[in-house]
Design a protein around this ligand. Sequence first.
Ligand SMILES: Nc1ncnc2c1ncn2[C@@H]1O[C@H](COP(=O)(O)OP(=O)(O)OP(=O)(O)O)[C@@H](O)[C@H]1O
Length: 332
Amino acid sequence: MTDAPILTVNNLSVAYEGGGTSHTIIDGVSFTLRRGEILGIVGESGSGKSMTCRALMRLLPSSRLRVTGGSVWLEDGRDVLSLSQGELTQVRGRRIGMIFQNPASHLDPVMSIGRQIAESIRHHRKIGRKEAWARMLDILRQVGIPDPESRANAYTHEFSGGMRQRAMIAVALACDPDILIADEPTTALDVTVQAQILRLLQQLRDERGLSIIFITHDLGVVYQLCDTVAVMYAGRLCEYGAMHEVIHRPRHHYTAGLVACQPGSEGGTGRVHTIPGQPPSPGDMPPGCRFHPRCGAADALCAARQPPLRETHEGHACACHHPVGIEAEAEA
Ligand SMILES: Nc1ncnc2c1ncn2[C@@H]1O[C@H](COP(=O)(O)OP(=O)(O)OP(=O)(O)O)[C@@H](O)[C@H]1O
């Protein structure tokens, strides 16, 4: 991993506008991604993980959703949010690739896997069919698809779940992007195949210097894969830092709750912990810290004022008025 950021997301905000009202769905999210870094974005369902990544690629799923503020800087100094449509198409294939939970719905069922990849290569690069086909075979090899010469002619339905995900990764890598956004790509796979795909992503990072944003609700996956982690709650970042720091010394009470919910965190009692209550809905956000109605440490300040995301230790930031362990450490 190098220090130079390859992507810098600043204060990104998204609103849903409809029926004469507007709700903020993503509220001032900021993070950086460095070359060769794997960043995990984690949080409960609806916390805004996918929307953040879709917004930074300008791929919002509805015309009622709008980016209302922020910037998304690429390494070359361009802001994705200000690009023309033509530039954006180039960035999506050549700078940023994306893979999803359900590859079948993103792959063309009536075109062979090999042709899909080769055509995608030719769409972005001015090269002949033969060269594109050879490059496609090379990519199939890199993503671990056995016997690429014959598998290239197969169709999506002829692939198993794990092989489909490998094919989707191959499509995303066709134009040699610097960044891969992976939205829950292993959630539908069984544990063994999931581990194989995680190993493949690590290998692509090691061999190609690929930077990866990995969206998941599973802290166990973050632990296996990521260098850094951003924890989202109700559309905001609540904690951000090096993975080991955040998981072993969570500062935000929400992150501490997520860690305690992991299987194996029950201290031998056999009881699986859950965070009481439900996350708020976008039209009904509580004032102050959005987590305060569910937080055992909340007081009047938490209910009144939104805590800013600030550094508690070098490279570890948390948005909490009463971070876990901070007073105890100061007294020690
Ligand atoms: N098409 C849409 N139109 C309006 N609001 C949406 C749309 N899709 C998602 N939302 C809302 O945006 C918020 C963030 O959703 P998002 O899908 O980013 O969450 P997530 O953390 O990725 O959840 P999950 O793990 O379930 O995918 C949620 O409140 C959700 O209801």
